[in-house]
Every structure is written in C-alpha cells, then in structure tokens.
Unconditional design. Structure first.
Length: 117
C-alpha cells in the first residue's frame, strides 16, 4: 500500500509524514499524551473493570492486520474505534469498542488509547 505523504497538522511543524492521522511521528506522540491527560478521568476503575470483562468475550486483537494476517495477537486492552473526544456516550458505547493488542496500538495507530498501567 502506498502511503500518502502529508503535512503535519501541528502549526509551524515543517514535517511531511506518512503516518496515519494528522500528525507527524513526534507530534502524534505529543498529541496522544495530551489526549490521555485530558480524558484521564474517564479511564477510571469502572473502565478497567468493564474493559476487562469485554476482553473475556473478545480475546483476540481486532485490528485489520490481525484479522487479515497470518498471526493473531492476543488482545490486552480495549480501544475506541471512533475517538470519543470526551463524549461519555461514545466512550461507553460497546459498539465503539475494539479489543486490541497494546503493542499494535503503540506502534501502528493513533487512537484514543490511554495507557492503563
Ligand atoms: Zn509535526
Ligand atoms: Zn492486531
């Protein structure tokens, strides 16, 4: 697959990147950190309990690569398919949940994932 080259969405950043999402590698990381801090209050004990329950019913990583590839990684966290941006309904909508492997999230995706550890 040929990835599209695009300019980083961070104002003033000259980087042309091929990442998923709007930001270059560096700013993607910064943005995710910001996201995690902003919505940290949503990822409380209830989230941890509910996401653990969810993983019991969804033991395998549901990312495209794992679904289509020869190797399936074990899921060990729940991510949101559509970024919830603080929307509580979207946050708790099981239809918007996706079992994923933490490694896949960290290396491949910019998502709403918040590190639970
Ligand atoms: Zn950038
Ligand atoms: Zn996967």
């Amino acid at each position: 697959m040929n990835r599209k080259r695009k300019a980083c969405a961070k104002p003033g950043c000259p980087e042309i990147h091929t990442e998923d999402g709007m930001y270059c590698k560096l700013h993607k990381r910064a943005h995710r950190r910001e996201y995690a801090t902003t919505y940290a209050h949503l990822y409380d004990r209830q989230w941890r309990n509910e996401s653990k329950k969810y993983l019991r019913g969804h033991p395998w990583c549901e990312c495209q690569e794992c679904r289509e590839g020869p190797y399936r990684r074990k899921a060990n966290c729940v991510d949101h398919i559509k970024a919830h941006r603080g929307d509580v309904n979207l946050f708790w909508d099981r239809g918007n949940w996706m079992a994923m492997n933490v490694f896949v999230i960290k290396t491949k995706y910019f998502t709403s994932f918040f590190n639970m550890q």
